[in-house]
Design a protein around this ligand. Structure first.
Ligand code: SF4
Ligand code: FES
Length: 248
């Protein structure tokens, strides 16, 4: 395939960015999207030009690092996959592909297509943990019975990889889908109930401090989430937050 790539280039967070156009020949449909960018970068390096900076790590859909807005959609045109799982066979010979970083005030650009998502880390640090007594009388987690429905829901919530596509897809740059998944993966289980009240208050407070927008129930986050995290978790977190606020 022959492709035209319109790629966002930006030196750093302090300078203005702009799109630059590149042409790439001999792109195979079996290449992943990131491998296609690797080929472009090899060409740029061979021509003594600066390679395009983009985030990636596992390249198998589990780390959440590969954050690209492709033709206006986080993680590109295919549903329920990350950018690293997207293959070039999803595009056609002669296509023009626009590649941008995830756009949100709380995700400042570091360089080119790489953004700083440490706001998510701080939301996690505000409550995304449980306290376990490790003083010698630790109880095996398997000795505490968990009903199947709660275990399944907690597992579904825990599949969130923290990629930030929900924020990039939302017109308000809301982080409610991410935060609700992280709150729920703990509070649905007995081990996470001990700190549940403080957890939801702290994580929502941190989310607001980071400058993410409000949720207005448009559902764009759910539609673009590579892990299929359901809007149900936002409704769940809202109920949990209300109860926690009343309890104080
Ligand atoms: S909820 Fe989905 S889109 Fe949002 S961070 Fe988690 S995996 Fe990514
Ligand atoms: S590089 Fe890890 S999910 Fe894509």
């Amino acid at each position: 395939m022959k492709l035209t790539l319109k790629i966002w280039r930006q030196k750093n967070g302090q300078t203005k960015g702009a799109f630059q156009t590149y042409s790439l020949d001999n792109v195979s449909g079996d290449m992943s999207f990131l491998e296609m960018l690797d080929v472009l970068n090899e060409d740029l390096i061979n021509n003594n030009e600066e390679p395009v900076v983009f985030d990636h790590d596992c390249r198998e859909g589990i780390c959440g690092a590969c954050s690209l807005q492709i033709n206006g959609e986080p993680h590109g045109p295919d549903a329920l996959i990350t950018t690293c799982q997207l293959h070039m066979r999803s595009f056609n010979d002669g296509d023009t592909i626009t590649i941008e970083p995830f756009r949100a005030a709380a995700f400042p650009v570091i360089k080119d297509l790489m953004v700083d998502r440490s706001a998510f880390e701080r939301i996690q640090q505000a409550g995304g943990y449980i306290s376990v007594n490790t003083s010698g009388n630790t109880i095996d987690a398997n000795t505490i019975p968990v009903d199947k429905a709660s275990a399944d829901a907690a597992f579904d919530a825990a599949t969130c990889i923290g990629c930030g596509a929900c924020v990039a897809a939302c017109k308000n740059a809301s982080a409610m889908l991410f935060t609700s998944a992280k709150v729920s993966q703990f509070s649905l289980l007995p081990q996470g109930k001990v700190e549940a009240t403080q957890r939801v208050l702290n994580m929502v407070e941190q989310m607001d401090k980071e400058g993410f927008g409000n949720c207005t129930n448009t559902g764009a986050c759910e539609a673009e989430c590579p892990k299929g995290i359901s809007l149900e978790f936002i409704a769940r977190m809202n109920r949990e937050y209300l109860k926690a606020s009343i309890k104080g």
